[in-house]
Design a binder for this molecule. Sequence first.
Ligand SMILES: NC(=O)c1ccc[n+]([C@@H]2O[C@H](COP(=O)([O-])OP(=O)(O)OC[C@H]3O[C@@H](n4cnc5c(N)ncnc54)[C@H](OP(=O)(O)O)[C@@H]3O)[C@@H](O)[C@H]2O)c1
Length: 506
Amino acid sequence: MTIVIFGGAGDLAQRKLLPALYNLHVDGLLPPTWAIVGTGRKDLTDDGYRQFARDGIERHSRRPIDAATWAQFASGLFFVNIDIAEPAGGRPLASLGARLDIIEHERGEPGDRIYYLAVPPSLFIPVVQQLAAARFVAPSPGAGAPYARLVVEKPIGHDLHSALAITDAVAAVFDERQVFRIDHYLGKETVQNILVLRFANSIFEPLFNQKYVDHVQITVAEQDGVGTRAGYYDGAGALRDMVQNHLLQLLTLVAMEPPHALTADVVRDEKLQVLQALRPIAGSTVDGCTVRGRYAGGRVGDRAVAGYLAEPGVAPDSRTETFVALNVRVDNWRWAGVPFYLRTGKRLPRRSSEISVHLKAVPPILFNAPPDAPLGRCVHESSPALAANVLAIRLQPDDGFSFFISSKIPGPQVRVTTVEMDFDYSTAFGAASPEAYERLLLDVMAGDATLFMRRDSVEASWRFVTPILDRWAEQSAPLPEYAAGTWGPAASDDLLQRSGRSWRNP
Ligand SMILES: NC(=O)c1ccc[n+]([C@@H]2O[C@H](COP(=O)([O-])OP(=O)(O)OC[C@H]3O[C@@H](n4cnc5c(N)ncnc54)[C@H](OP(=O)(O)O)[C@@H]3O)[C@@H](O)[C@H]2O)c1
């Protein structure tokens, strides 16, 4: 197959795609004949592109470059100079088509193609339309005919309306089975392990419901600030950038019903059911169920860092949130009454993604009775003595999970404390796990869309998120700030404290 990377000389290609493809090559997982063709406006020769790829692989590959393997890999890299936005009526893909035919002929490839959209989102629709105009996509390929697949990066739109415009434009050219919408979180080993943890162990799944779970927390914390991405981020914000895709996808994995098979559509049907069961947060409800904030200057570790408004490229009057926390409900039989608290932000104390499932406390008697409770008095209103059990799934770093349970402290008295049973990927399995993009690119080649977002799921996520954005857009009060290096604005803690709960800060 040939992977055509639109935006092949961009940041994503250099940091993620080319290193992932190199590692797949090292593992012998690419098909017998293949080519990687980068495209863009840069005036690069094939050799120039090979050097660009090598720089990226040296800096970002999980394995070092080996001279012989590199020489083989480099011989499959090509670059074609095109400007997708060239004047209307132009045929920017004409030269690409001619070049692809030659490469595929010389390398004995059957013509299977993967078109990867690593260009700015404003070019998603133009590229797809140009692919159709250049007849790169057979309207209904017959069995055995070469395939054409499309990989779409995030963000797919900035609200429901714009997302529909992209999904409609894609659907006009590609069948849904040919489309692979990437959420790289879903390619992480630890994220895939959520379903294994739930459905391959009899200890946890019986507990995953409103009878036993008090609440669930999903935290995706970044230590970095906006860095060089202000051009994109200042127009997006934390809700669009992280919640609409990654956090809601994680929520679906924790909350979904057991699928009856592990096939793409069965798994994605179950995930969609969760998104459709989300209680809408709209109008004045937004004020009580969401918290947003923006980082001010502060200290992260031992470094002093600037506030968001002082970052290069951020508009001086920006109202973009760099932190968001939500109290979300899944209104179905399994999860009725169980809050799902979601939170993500930049410039938090550490980089950490974690899902924690907080079980209900045991009754406030025996070991859970407050130690000073006099006999015979009602103790139900006192604070319980024991911490409830927590299953904490660490997605990154230190991938693994911990189960917190109560245990007796050795000694003559009965004293109980919380102990941690810990599973750590690197200790258990040694070598570093493959990168998410390795797994996802391999799945695109295999035509397995299980780990990719289906069109209806993207639309359901935007349907949930858009009313929150609409409400925020109506408000003019100053955005709450939090000092860089802290866990977000005070209102984020209040969101849980109102019901006597608190965040588990990883
Ligand atoms: N970087 C990440 O970590 C990351 C993560 C998730 C999603 N994404 C998404 O992936 C996409 C690419 O992101 P990126 O960070 O790699 O951006 P980038 O570094 O700006 O790369 C964009 C690429 O698009 C090409 N391009 C721009 N205009 C073009 C045109 N008119 N015709 C042909 N090529 C054109 C650019 O090449 P020339 O300037 O040479 O034309 C460049 O190679 C975006 O949609 C982004 O949202 C990126």
